[in-house]
Design a binder for this molecule. Sequence first.
Ligand code: EZ4
Ligand code: CO
Length: 402
Amino acid sequence: MKLAKAEVFVCCPGRNFVTLKLTTDDGIVGLGDATLNGRELAVASYLNDHCSSALVGRDPRNIEDIWHYFYRGAYWRRGPVTMAAISAIDVALWDIKAKSLNTPLYNLLGGKSRREVLVYAHANGKSVDEASAAAGELIAQGFRAVRIQSSVPGLSHTYGIAKGPGGYEPAQPGIAEEHAWDSAKYLRHVPALFERIRADHGSEIHLLHDVHHRLTPIEAARLAKDLEPYRLFWLEDPVAGELQEGLRLIRRHSTTPIAIGEVFNTAYDFSTLLTEQLIDYLRMPICHGGGITHLSKLAAWASFYHVQTGFHGATDLSPIALAAALHFDLAINNFGIQEYMPHSASTFDVFGVGYSLAQGALVVSDAPGLGVTFDEVAAARFPYAPASLPVNRKLDGTLYHW
Ligand code: EZ4
Ligand code: CO
């Protein structure tokens, strides 16, 4: 078996997606998601200009060798663009292997460890009332875990809050929007938000919150401590993760579980976090962290430290990425939870999927491979539309983490 074609598609069915399609000489198609929100064309170029011709002619069954060819062989290794490209190649190869063996992908990853994949949904509100009402709706739909974000009084924009009807989408057309930030206002607001959510919805529902990298280590330690009475499932990205040692300060002060890693791209980004037991959930997704081949190694390493997975799953990860995550989530022992945001109807005009939602969990179909289809004709109806993620400034104008 040989790879005959490597094609890259950039389309915008509701939002931008980059899709890698590999085809073998006997006509088997493998799909990979290469979307990096706001940097789509950089990954498309990496694949087109630096990978495609090196893929053609290779035996797609040698996934481990191909992974190392593009990782070690690149010399300029790691980084989000390179690793998103390697991830797409790797997932497409696993898709081909599973299809060629006529079996769902999870069977090649150890088989099923559970019946379904627990997901968390997103409740957002411009006020605490709105956030609590949104959480109530999701709980009524059967979700067992809900992430809660609400606007911070006195700030013009807050991460995670949809502008109008429809889901939250931070990337906007043109150059980056500028948002405002104030840690003191935020730190005053969040404990009161969770006090209210627990009072309204009881102790059973799993509650999560995303700080989105915006605190210093000592501020994050304070927030984690202040939130202890509300028993969070996790506090996400309390600090910017490149300073792994920063997580030590949080651990010293609090037992609130910590999730981190949606912007990480290799296992090395977790080394101190695992060996010093500074986190509880790892969020680096398959589509940005080197694919199934690399995540299998990281998840196994994490399991020895009692760290579970909680993969990033915003809508800027395509249905291919979600399907890859679901097969992996189903198979590994140390799965924790999966982030879930429903994709738009136009996204499903392009991507056909086999997973389905039932009582707050996703159920994976037994279709061979990933169980995802990509409609090129439909994709061509939705041309790429440049968009950027926002930037954030403190109230005095100082540039800060978004
Ligand atoms: O801001 O995916 O937990 N989810 C998140 C997301 C990220 C976006 C960035 O593209 O933090 O909303
Ligand atoms: Co996040």
